[in-house]
Design a protein around this ligand. Structure first.
Ligand code: HEM
Ligand SMILES: [Cu+2]
Length: 610
């Protein structure tokens, strides 16, 4: 690792180190979170008062489509994957993921997908069909311009990266755990990463099929969704939602995993009912594939179908409620320390529960017929996506930041960030329950005066403004920490899992010695005999102790490589060609093939590789 590829910009372009890839996922995902946040703000400015003309209807449609699509695919997913990348190998005692170059490739195609989607902005052809792009609205007849093609192609290319990533983490967690780390000794975050990897692998293929059908209908005159040709546009809804509902669990289960590691740490107690928390995660994922029709209650699939899917949806409340009770039981009687990470965890328990309850409300088809496509639903899914996913991700951010950078963030600024975002979430989205129940439709650029909606909308817009403010302490904190952050040490929170046994930030090879694990929570040994304690042990016990600073034997790590990037560039060219240039597509195919072969024949270790 001493050659020219280990420093400078080139080292980032060719890196296969999971920690660096994590940082790149995080930075890009965070930028997309800010961009999509601004889009949300613009939407709220338009809706601040009735009949405003700050945005015209077309631009409004484009903005909510870009907002939703970006949040889900280019902010939520990469931020989740950033945490998988940073945390999973460290928690399981591995030196990297199973397929480091595939990991780099996943990142590059995700990045190119996002950039490709946003190329539609300067060209003024943003997609405008909503984040679920229903047919026949999105067929060439009703959406003639290239806008929807940007949506389809961007999600196709980034989906390749998601599937590759799901495979990578599935194999990593199944095969690369340290000796002794049985399934029932895995930290909860790793457990949820395992489940979510399986979800990604199962959920993305139907969506990919749907996107390819849509691409063919739009560009090659096929009739996969064309009612006039005897096909059924509702097929798109099935393909989308059989992916779309598991997708929301892809976004929420990692957050559940994060708080399941953080709450015990800051309660100084082991997780209450570990196996139950694990299996309720498995059950949520399993049931998550059997509820997609709750997004389609108003389509008219018939009372039996609606009733069955409504019942299945209600069932999911059981494992979800179990998790919530287990978190509360973990805190109960614990020695609580409300550091920023813990505040976000507790905030998640409170606000996710509100979103969960409104979710159960529209799992009843007759109730949903009133609520669907109103702001009630917008309130619901922002409570789960912000109160669940975003809070969970911030919880993890404050928790693992010292490990990733070696610096401690400022507590006061962190707490200000939490309280402002907690306030903003409730002020923005709680009133939407009321505007929704009063009948205000979502995805509509304005509303008439005198319908009783004015005050609720004004409050929502004020809340959105507080959201913007909430980022001030965060950015300030990052800046301050960068300038003069306190050193973090090995284990600033007295946490119990393997990532806290090594220096912060970890060396590129992670573990100087692969640890042996003989129990859950290896750094807390509440049951260890006092005489078996040894000098230098972390809080309570014996193995695995702090990692040596230097590896006792040479460590062989995979070489950096630019072929994953070349392969991704080839796929980007093919994607751009998909807008209408066969020549470019064929050229992209050529670059892809070259990248693929060169990658396949490049030795991953040792001399000879660049
Ligand atoms: C800064 C905070 C946010 C604000 C002010 C905001 C605001 C909004 C508003 C007003 C809508 C409804 C637009 C309409 O139906 O006409 C909306 C839709 C949506 N939002 Fe957000 N949002 C925020 C954060 C998020 C986050 C963090 C996520 C996901 C992680 C998210 C995901 C979505 C999705 C999926 C839609 C549906 C888009 C569609 O209808 O196609 N939002 N947002
Ligand atoms: Cu759903």
């Amino acid at each position: 690792m001493t050659d020219a590829l280990s420093t400078g910009i080139w080292s980032w372009l060719t890196t296969v180190d999971h920690k660096r890839i994590a940082i790149m996922y995080f930075v890009v995902g965070f930028v997309f979170l800010l961009i999509a946040g601004v889009e949300g703000q613009l939407i709220r400015l338009q809706l601040a008062a009735p009949e405003r003309s700050f945005l015209d209807p077309d631009l409004y449609n484009q903005l909510f489509t870009m907002h939703g699509t970006t949040m889900v695919f280019f902010a939520g997913m990469p931020l989740v994957v950033a945490f998988f990348n940073f945390v999973v190998p460290l928690q399981i005692g591995a030196r990297d993921v199973a397929f480091p170059r595939l990991n780099a490739f996943s990142f590059w195609v995700f990045l190119f997908g996002g950039l490709f989607l946003y190329a539609s902005v300067p060209l003024r052809v943003m997609p405008d069909g909503g984040w679920f792009a229903y047919m026949p609205l999105t067929n060439p007849e009703y959406s003639p311009g290239p806008g929807i093609d940007f949506y389809v192609l961007a999600l196709l290319i980034s989906g390749v990266g998601s599937i590759a990533g799901g495979l990578n983490f599935l194999v990593t967690i199944l095969n690369m755990r340290a000796p002794g780390m049985t399934f029932m000794r895995m930290p909860l975050f790793t457990w949820m990463a395992l489940i979510v990897s399986a979800l990604i692998l199962l959920a993305f293929p139907p969506f990919t099929v749907g996107l390819i059908f849509m691409l063919f209908d739009r560009r090659f005159g096929t009739h996969f969704f064309d009612a006039a040709a005897g096909a059924d546009p509702v097929l798109w809804q099935h393909l989308f939602w059989v992916f779309g509902h598991p997708e929301v669990y892809i976004l929420i289960l990692p957050a559940f995993g994060i708080v399941s590691d953080v709450i015990p740490t800051f309660s100084r107690k082991i997780l209450f009912g570990y196996p139950v928390v694990v299996f309720s995660g498995v059950l949520i994922a399993f049931l998550g594939f059997g509820v997609w029709v709750h997004h389609m209650f108003s389509v008219g699939l018939g009372p039996v179908v609606n009733a069955v899917f409504g019942g299945a949806t209600m069932l999911i409340a059981i494992p979800t409620g179990i998790k919530i009770f287990n978190w509360i039981a973990t805190m109960w009687g614990g020695r609580l320390r409300f550091r920023t990470a813990m505040l976000f965890a507790a905030g998640l328990v409170a606000t996710f529960t509100i979103g969960g309850l409104s979710g159960v409300m529209h799992s009843s088809p007759p109730a949903d017929l009133q609520q669907t496509d109103t702001y009630f639903v917008v309130a619901h899914f922002h409570y789960v996506l912000i109160g669940g996913t975003v809070f969970g991700l911030f919880c993890g951010f404050y928790y693992w930041f010292p490990k990733a950078t070696g610096r401690l963030l400022h507590e006061g600024l962190g707490q200000a960030h939490f309280w402002l975002s907690f306030l903003a979430l409730n002020v923005t989205f709680f009133p939407m329950h009321f505007s929704g129940l009063l009948g205000m439709p979502r995805r509509t650029y304005t509303y008439a005066e005198g319908l009783g909606l004015d005050v609720f909308n004004l409050i929502s817009t004020i809340g959105a403004f507080i959201f913007t403010l909430s980022f001030v302490p965060l950015v300030w904190n990052l800046w301050r920490t960068w300038r003069r952050g306190e050193a973090a040490g090995h284990n600033p929170w007295d946490a119990s899992t393997l990532e806290w046994t090594m220096v912060s930030p970890p060396p590129h090879y992670n573990f100087a010695e692969i640890p042996a694990v003989d129990r859950r929570d290896p750094l807390w040994h509440p049951y260890i005999e006092p005489e078996s304690r040894r000098e230098g042990d972390e809080p309570g016990g014996a193995v695995p102790r702090r990692q040596p600073d230097e590896p006792p034997a040479p460590v062989v790590m995979p070489n950096p490589s630019y072929w994953p990037l070349v392969l991704a560039v080839g796929m980007l060219l093919m994607t751009i060609g998909g807008l209408g240039s066969l020549g470019l597509t064929l050229f992209g195919l050529l670059v892809t093939a070259v990248g693929l072969f060169a990658w396949a024949f490049e030795p991953p270790f040792g001399e000879g590789a660049h």
